[in-house]
Design a protein. Structure first.
Lengths: 510, 257
């Protein structure tokens, strides 16, 4: 990691003037031959890559309406240009959402449209040459697919769809990014992003149980692979080892302990994260989701609950039913097999926040809120939860429920500026497959808008704790907070706040 | 008929032909292309009527644009609204036979030309003077604005500066295009400068960014109901894939084993 000087933040975030090529470069590390082959992609850039890429673009736009419609429709109104955190943080014009899309759109126009074939200069159509491919690789890996631009686009264009399609095309010609593709290999082989095998996981959980008992005197369990449990808990594997994530996991365990609902983790499906989404590959994403389907069937559970992870919740909430039939309302044989087993009285899958919120609503949990009185908490809406999912099946539930859970456990809560939260939330700067050290410069710069809003909250309301429900956000913030003169430990899981304040029933009392 | 009348008559039919076939092709293409995943963007409606309301707010009020940039909204919305009003103002020329009373009362709509020009100049100014918007603009983006400004300006010069062409000729020409009883058009340059860009824009509609018109209705981000957990949403190609690999799925997907 390069030494980055601490940014002095202004009191209001100005839209920077363009600084052309300020983020030009080679992009993140490329995936090795083995990594690529593991996922069924060509190991190295294929010889006739241009033709293969054009064919892949044709295939992708014929399978995804979003891609076809978005490539055609942009009227270049430019209102998205100041909405991307990477543009605000880097001032590189190619980080403006429309300019990023235009890397793809100019190629589409050149090869697929009348105007682009015969009047390329007039409509800004460009050949897919080596330079263009370099730009694709560099700038489509400076997009965290956070979809903030899509919230502001008057015709609903979602740059994330284009960025996913671009990565899919690049993988198809053998140009893949090391970080997500290596991780996807691990989840396919071992079951989680870390490559943590079952015995290691079992040890970790046993240690945690001891730790909790020592600290609280309650025998809170973290069960693994227990058949016929009520709930299968699927959580990002970062929850098993990383700080501050692990304190969130302890929080889930305490909530389950108090709820009396039997639950289990699975060693086979020990990962909620699904980087298949980041690389825009339906099959890879489905493969990850199928592990969870299989675990739910094998363990014969009634409910599936997902831990604190942003993109995982988007995949679970929005895509699992499609990919695996894990949901409700399926009528085909395949999805019925699972849906008949699951309890239709509950949404499937359910978020841990929904689970905890429901218990709070029914007065099943007691809190000593004073335990969190040293904190003034603010909540960072993680982009995939905020813009690509729901909670509680009520309008804007994904914004309401986490805040209600925090407020149930804490006395001091204060939101950041309204233009930076809820559907307009700023990405942490590390989502979408960019949470890797080779992109640290981008990550620090991309965090700037969020850090700015946080700085304002610190000054105005004395905020000293940043709560989030996303494993990537938590890791990213731990790393970049010091660059903006914040305490790296101010980032916590929402369920850590729950964990610190929840009053546990000891065995002797039951 | 004079050569110039024949040219414009043919140009009109040529443009309309491209418009209809091209637009049908695009709409059918959008319709037939599956949206394999649920990707509604927040704030996402949970019901069908919610989606309907959302699209109506976008199409009639440009609600998101208002949220995103007040100036662009002011310019864009006034320009589009003026276009619609002026369209109705022009129907009277093309209406074959007896003209319905309502169309005879559209004269005041001519003042929509002012917000039209206001909006267009605003959009052009934004494109020229805001460095970010300048960066993303291709020559065609300027050209389209200039063409519509030309249409508006020539129309205003005819209407408000007493440069009226022979209105009987205009009526006969326009109505003749609809009834296939072609007749001479007025040959004043200002009139030709008014209709040429109109016909041209009609022709390029299905092959240009003007496709944002139909496009907005097909954006899955805007037209999907946020109910993925309650209803299984699956595309044909994904269903096919599921069927083809069904036996595999019930067994271990684990490549490492």
């Amino acid at each position: 990691m390069s030494k980055n000087s601490i940014e002095k933040l202004p009191t209001y975030l100005a839209i920077p003037p363009l600084k052309k090529d300020s983020m030009a470069g080679k992009g993140p590390f490329k995936a090795s031959i083995e990594i690529q082959k593991d996922l069924g992609f060509p190991g190295e850039k294929v010889d006739n890559w241009q033709q293969v890429a054009i064919n892949k673009i044709a295939e992708t736009k014929s399978k995804y309406r979003s891609v076809q419609v978005f490539l055609d429709s942009c009227m270049k109104c430019g209102v998205c240009t100041d909405k991307c955190h990477y543009y605000l943080g880097t001032a590189d014009p190619k980080n403006m959402p429309v300019a990023r899309q235009d890397l793809f759109r100019s190629v589409y126009r050149r090869h697929f449209t009348f105007a682009g074939k015969y009047f390329p200069k007039l409509v800004g159509a460009k050949d897919f040459d080596e330079n263009m491919l370099d730009d694709w690789y560099n700038y489509f890996h400076q997009c965290s697919q956070c979809r903030r631009c899509a919230v502001f686009c008057p015709i609903g264009i979602d740059t994330a769809e284009i960025s996913m399609a671009a990565r899919e095309v690049m993988n198809a010609i053998g140009v893949g990014q090391k970080y997500p593709n290596q991780i996807l290999g691990k989840i396919n082989k071992i079951g989680n992003n870390l490559g943590m095998p079952e015995p290691a996981l079992r040890d970790t959980l046993a240690d945690l149980e001891e730790e909790i008992e020592e600290e609280t005197g309650a025998s809170v369990k973290l069960p693994l692979d227990i058949k016929n449990s009520e709930v299968l808990m699927v959580t990002p594997s970062a929850d098993f080892f990383a700080e501050p994530h692990i304190d969130g996991l302890i929080g889930y365990a305490k909530v389950f302990h108090q709820s009396g609902v039997s639950w289990t983790l699975s060693s086979y499906a020990s990962e909620a994260a699904n980087f298949g989404m980041f690389i825009g590959n339906y099959d890879v994403m489905r493969q990850g989701a199928l592990r969870i389907r299989k675990a739910a069937l094998d363990l014969n559970v009634k409910r599936v609950v997902v831990g604190e992870c942003g993109h995982a919740w988007r995949v679970a909430y929005s895509f699992w039913n499609t990919l695996t039939g894990l949901g409700n309302g399926g009528s085909d044989e395949y999805s019925l097999k699972l849906q008949n087993q699951l309890d239709s009285n509950y949404p499937q899958p359910q978020h841990m926040i929904e689970f905890t919120y429901d218990l709070i609503q029914r007065d099943k949990l007691s809190f000593d809120k004073s335990k969190n009185d040293h904190r003034v908490v603010t909540f960072h809406d993680s982009c995939n939860v905020a813009r690509g999912s729901n909670m509680g099946d009520i309008e804007n539930g994904q914004f309401i429920l986490p805040r209600e859970v925090i407020k149930a456990a804490c006395n001091n809560f204060s939101d950041m500026h309204k233009s930076t939260i809820k559907s307009a939330t700023f990405c942490c700067g590390g989502g979408g497959g960019l949470l890797t050290d080779d992109l640290i410069d981008l990550r620090i710069k991309g965090a700037k808008p969020r850090m700015h809003a946080l700085k304002q909250s610190e000054q105005d309301n004395g905020v000293n704790t940043l709560a989030a429900i996303c494993a990537i956000c938590k890791s990213q913030f731990s790393k970049v907070l010091p660059n903006y003169d914040f305490d790296p430990y101010m980032i916590v899981s929402v369920h850590q706040l729950v964990s610190d304040a929840i009053i546990l029933t000891k065995d002797s009392e039951t | 008929m004079s050569l110039i009348s024949i040219f414009f008559t043919l140009f009109f039919y040529f443009s309309v032909l491209i418009f209809i076939t091209g637009l049908s092709y695009k709409v059918v293409q959008y319709w037939n292309t599956p949206a394999p995943l649920k990707i509604p963007i927040a704030p996402a409606p949970l019901t069908k009527s919610g989606v309907f309301l959302r699209l109506a707010k976008e199409v009639f009020l440009f609600a998101t644009l208002f949220k995103s940039s007040k100036w662009t909204w002011l310019f864009g919305w006034s320009f589009h609204l003026a276009l619609v009003l002026l369209f109705f103002r022009h129907l009277v020329y093309f209406w074959p036979g007896e003209i319905p009373l309502i169309l005879l009362k559209t004269e005041p709509l001519k003042y929509a030309a002012y917000p039209l020009i206001f909006g267009l100049i605003g959009l052009l100014g934004r494109r020229v003077f805001v460095d970010r918007v300048r960066y993303i603009s291709a020559p065609s983006d300027y050209l389209m604005l200039l063409l519509i400004i030309l249409i508006g300006a020539s129309g205003m010069l005819m209407t408000f500066a007493n440069n009226h062409p022979n209105m009987l000729l205009v009526k006969n020409f326009a109505e003749g295009l609809i009834t296939f009883q072609w007749s001479e058009l007025p040959k004043e340059a200002i009139f030709l400068a008014h209709i040429f860009p109109v016909f041209f824009l009609i022709a390029i509609f299905p092959i240009s960014k003007l496709l944002h018109g139909p496009g907005i209705f097909f954006a899955p981000t805007l037209n999907q109901v946020d109910d993925a957990r309650k209803k299984r949403h699956i595309s044909n190609w994904a269903m096919q894939k599921e069927k083809n690999t069904k036996i595999d799925l019930e067994h271990n997907q684990d490549k490492g084993n």
